[in-house]
Write a protein that binds this ligand. Structure first.
Ligand code: M6R
Length: 361
């Protein structure tokens, strides 16, 4: 039942405020400025003993893991990174007992992720799951974890589950941080930020008509460039994947600073750039990148907290805490992908060549 929406993708994009609300519900502990994650199975002493975090997933779940790794580094100051699960399991990785491994998956059935979990378990590692489907294979094989509570996701292209994964990583980062050096004040600041998310998501979605219009402006592109820096880079990668999957327009994602090392050669009016420009300590650096693109007569669509003069168009999103901004900045770009694909008459819920869960190698 699509409840009045023309596709599941559109329905699921619009379910995000409620989905995030569900991910937060019953988990926030105001008294100690932390969160309770019932199924984590990791006591304070275990949490303090973690020396490194390694996050494994595929596709969109891998991108959520990249944002999660940054949140864990920023809030808990534990070295963290994300890697595609298949790469990890094919390279005979060093499995370290002081590393906390986290497997991320919507379906909980993705074969490459499951096989990585099984390999890790065989080598004695502690593996948590960050999973949507309750009771799925990955949820059962892991030592504990977090259900992201996005609700059923039908569209092959993941939207609301991505958002809830990133929110769940925010909860985990806060939890790990509060067993270490994150102050009560910072805990309070992050909790207040998390609580603002559902309303801010609703605000972004209310802007839908503007994004539909913009999709019309860019639908003629043969190829699109997505750029971001640090917090914005995984947002750019996920937005680029979304556009590719539903519209079949070729897209590339690069860290903004890498442009001048090669991809700048591609910039011309036929290759527009989508730039993630949060209002954080890297704002001036990001503005400089916009100038470089403009100087090569590239068209620019910015997703930012304030209108960017160098951009042809800016989608303004509400500001949250710096660490949580990535959760919101990708949402208008889900709509951009959706409306671009719609204008092109694509089969939005079932893009060619793709399946909702990839249970083969
Ligand atoms: O079910 P999973 O989260 O493990 O699936 C992983 C990927 O196959 C999935 O995210 C894929 O990239 C989607 N089509 C993204 O929209």
């Amino acid at each position: 039942d699509m409840g009045g929406h023309d596709t599941y993708m559109h329905k699921e994009i619009h379910e995000q405020a409620d989905a995030v609300d569900r991910a937060l519900r019953g988990r926030i502990d105001d008294r100690f400025s932390t969160v309770h994650l019932g199924g984590l199975n990791l006591d304070a002493r275990d949490a303090r003993a973690v020396r490194r975090v390694k996050i494994l997933g595929c596709g969109t779940s891998y991108h959520a893991g990249q944002i999660g790794a940054q949140m864990i580094e920023e809030l808990a100051r534990i070295p963290a990174d994300a890697e595609p699960a298949s790469e990890f399991r094919y390279r005979n990785p060093v499995v370290d007992p002081d590393t906390l491994y986290i497997a991320v998956s919507q379906s909980g059935e993705t074969y490459d992720v499951l096989a990585a979990v099984q390999e890790l378990k065989r080598k004695g590692a502690r593996v948590l799951g960050l999973v949507n489907v309750v009771g799925s294979a990955i949820a059962r094989e892991t030592d504990g974890g977090i259900y992201v509570h996005a609700g059923p996701e039908v569209c092959v292209v993941s939207t609301k589950c991505f958002t809830n994964m990133v929110v769940s990583f925010g909860l985990l980062a806060l939890h790990l941080g509060r067993t270490r050096d994150l102050s009560v004040a910072d805990g309070k600041r992050i909790i207040a930020g998390l609580r603002k998310l559902p309303e801010q998501i609703a605000e972004i979605l209310a802007n839908e008509a503007e994004i539909e219009k913009l999709a019309g402006e860019y639908a003629d592109a043969k190829s699109m460039m997505f750029i971001g820096r640090v917090r914005g880079y995984p947002v750019a990668r996920e937005a680029s994947l979304k556009l590719k999957e539903v519209s079949y327009i070729h897209a590339e994602a690069y860290p903004a600073s890498e442009l001048k090392h090669g991809p700048l050669a591609l910039i011309e009016p036929a290759m527009p750039t989508v730039a993630i420009v949060p209002d954080d300590d890297l704002l001036e650096k990001n503005r400089a990148a916009l100038e470089e693109i403009k100087a090569r007569s590239g068209r620019i669509l910015a997703v930012a907290h304030q209108v960017q003069e160098k951009a042809d168009h800016t989608i303004v999103v509400p500001k949250n805490e710096d660490e949580l901004d990535p959760i919101l900045m990708g949402i208008p770009l889900q709509l951009l992908a959706y409306y671009t694909a719609k204008a092109m008459g694509r089969d939005i819920d079932k893009p060619r060549n793709l399946a909702k869960s990839v249970t083969v190698e």
